[in-house]
Design a protein around this ligand. Structure first.
Ligand SMILES: Cc1cc2nc3c(=O)[nH]c(=O)nc-3n(C[C@H](O)[C@H](O)[C@H](O)COP(=O)(O)O)c2cc1C
Length: 327
C-alpha cells in the first residue's frame, strides 16, 4: 500500500518503506499514527508492506496453538512469508521496521522477513528505524533484532519502544487473556491490555521528527534521528528474567522441535509440561529476581544504570526535543 499524495514534478524527494505485521491491529495503529507526517508530505513517498506468513497465525489464539508457537519463535526458525508487494531492489531512503515480541524474540513473521533474501536486499546498507510494541519484555528481542540487522549490514539508526504501562503482574494476566480471547478487558478491576491510546496518539512526534530529518538528509549520517523524544525507556531489572527465560526457551524449544513440526500431536504432552514449567518460572524467577535486585539496589545501581543506557541505544530516553515535536 502506498500514500496517495501526488509526487512533485521531479518525483518524491524521499522514499520510505514501512514494514508491519500485526494481529490485534495495535502495531499497525502505532505505525499509521507515527507515519502520518510522512504520508501527508508530498515530497515523501511511503510504501506500507504488510507481512503475510504463508501459514497464517490465528487470532485470537487457541490455547495450544499459542504455546506451540514458542519453539520456532524462541529458536528464530519461522516459516516462510508470502511474496512481498515490493520488489527487493526498490530504492528506499529509509526503512521503518515495526515488530512485536514473541517469546522474548522478534515475532516469527518479522524474523522471517529479516532472514529472507528479499528482506536482506531491502535492508542492506539502508538506514533503519525499528518500532517495537509489546507487553514489556523487549530487551532480548531488541538485542536479537539488532544482530539480525547487523547481519544484513543495515544501519540501525533508531529504536522506538511502546509497552503496556500496567504493572508487570497485571500484564502477565491481561496480555495472555487478550491474545486468547481477542478482548482487551476480560477481568474486571484489571487495566485493559496493550499500549495506552495516549501513547499511540503521541507516536506522531516521531513521524514529525523523521519528516524533518529526511528533508535535511540526516538519514545519510550515522547518528540517531529520534534522540530527545523519549523513544526508548528500558527497565534493566527485567533483563535477568529475560535472560533466564531465553535460556530455558531455547532448551525446551530444541526438545519440542525434536518431537515434531509445528502442529504435531506429539508436541502436546511436552507443551503441557512446558506450561507447568513456564508458570513456575513466572511465579518464582520474576518475583525473586525483582526482589533480590531491589534489595541489592545500592550495590547494583551503577550496573543497572549502564545496562539501561546500553539497551536504550541508539535513540535514548532523553526528552529534550519533546517541546518541539510533541504537541
Ligand atoms: C505468541 C506470542 C508471544 C508473545 N510473547 C511476548 C513476550 O515475550 N514479551 C512481550 O513483552 N510481549 C509478548 N507478546 C505480546 C506481543 O508482543 C504484542 O504486544 C501483542 O501480540 C499484540 O501485537 P500485535 O497485535 O501488533 O501483533 C506475545 C504475543 C504473542 C502472540
Amino acid at each position: 500500500m502506498s500514500n496517495a499524495s501526488p509526487p512533485t514534478a521531479q518525483g518524491p524527494l524521499k522514499r520510505v518503506l514501512v514494514v508491519v505485521y500485526t494481529q490485534t491491529g495495535q502495531l499497525s495503529a502505532i505505525a499509521h499514527r507515527l507515519i502520518e507526517p510522512l504520508v501527508d508530505d508530498a515530497d515523501i513517498a511511503v510504501h506500507i508492506e504488510n507481512l503475510r506468513p504463508e501459514q497464517a497465525f490465528p487470532f485470537p489464539w487457541p490455547f495450544f496453538r499459542f504455546l506451540d508457537a514458542f519453539p520456532e519463535s524462541a529458536l528464530m526458525t519461522p516459516g516462510h512469508l508470502a511474496p512481498l508487494g515490493v520488489p527487493a531492489e526498490a530504492p528506499f531512503d529509509l526503512v521503518i521496521l515495526c515488530y512485536q515480541v514473541w517469546f522474548l524474540a522478534p515475532s516469527q513473521p518479522v524474523t522471517a522477513f529479516l532472514q529472507s533474501d528479499a528482506g536482506a536486499r531491502l535492508l542492506g546498507g539502508r538506514p533503519v528505524v525499528t518500532v517495537v510494541a509489546c507487553r514489556n519484555m523487549w530487551l532480548m528481542a531488541h538485542r536479537r533484532l539488532s544482530a539480525l540487522l547487523a547481519g544484513v549490514q543495515a544501519r540501525h539508526l533508531d529504536n522506538v519502544v511502546f509497552t503496556d504501562r500496567a504493572p508487570t503482574f497485571a500484564t502477565l494476566v491481561t496480555t495472555p487473556l487478550w491474545l486468547l480471547t481477542g478482548r482487551r478487558r476480560v477481568v474486571p478491576g484489571l487495566p485493559p491490555a496493550g499500549v495506552a491510546d495516549d501513547d499511540i496518539r503521541r507516536s506522531i512526534r516521531f513521524g514529525r521528527a523523521l519528516r524533518d530529518a529526511l528533508r535535511a538528509g540526516h538519514e545519510r549520517g550515522d547518528g540517531p534521528l529520534l534522540a530527545g523524544l523519549g523513544a526508548a525507556c528500558a527497565r534493566p531489572e527485567l533483563l535477568a528474567s529475560e535472560q533466564a527465560g531465553t535460556r530455558s526457551f531455547r532448551l525446551w524449544g530444541r526438545l519440542l522441535r525434536r518431537a515434531g513440526p509445528p502442529g504435531a500431536w506429539q508436541r502436546v504432552p511436552l507443551l503441557g509440561l512446558y506450561l507447568v514449567f513456564l508458570v513456575a518460572i513466572i511465579v518464582t524467577v520474576i518475583p525473586v529476581s525483582l526482589t533480590l535486585q531491589a534489595a541489592l539496589r545500592p550495590v547494583l545501581r551503577k550496573r543497572l544504570a549502564a545496562t539501561k543506557r546500553a539497551f536504550e541505544q541508539p535513540s535514548g530516553s532523553g526528552v529534550e526535543r519533546l517541546a518541539h515535536y510533541d504537541f
